[in-house]
Design a protein around this ligand. Structure first.
Ligand SMILES: [Zn+2]
Length: 111
């Protein structure tokens, strides 16, 4: 089941949508502002980098550009960074959840 990420043209919110069939975008709308103007953000394998260095370079206060969302390995990175900054140990359960989210299993399990 294909799941695509879309960026809202109005407010920039990224949302993931399960897409059935060939022309889904007509029925999609932004979960934040309700705008139907969504642009698909394609997945790619742009940068090979260890998670440790990704985490180190990742600045949650800096606006992320579109390329950030093209990489599924960035899923969960924000939450992780915040937790690290606040000194919270998210534990193995979080890792597991992130892994599932990255591979799409989490969404499949929810369906
Ligand atoms: Zn929006």
């Amino acid at each position: 089941m294909p799941i695509y990420e879309y960026q809202c043209e109005e407010c920039g919110t990224i949302s993931a949508h399960v897409v059935l069939g060939a022309q889904p975008s007509a029925e999609l709308s932004c979960p934040s502002c309700g705008s139907p103007e969504l642009r698909r953000v394609l997945s790619s394998f742009a940068v090979v980098e260890s998670e440790a260095s990704r985490l180190a370079n990742f600045d949650p206060s800096r606006p992320r550009d579109e390329s950030f969302y093209r990489d599924s390995r960035n899923v969960g990175l924000w939450a992780k960074k915040r937790a690290q900054q606040m000194g919270i140990d998210l534990g193995p359960k979080f890792e597991e959840t992130v892994e599932k989210a990255r591979s799409g299993k989490l969404i499949k399990e929810m369906l």
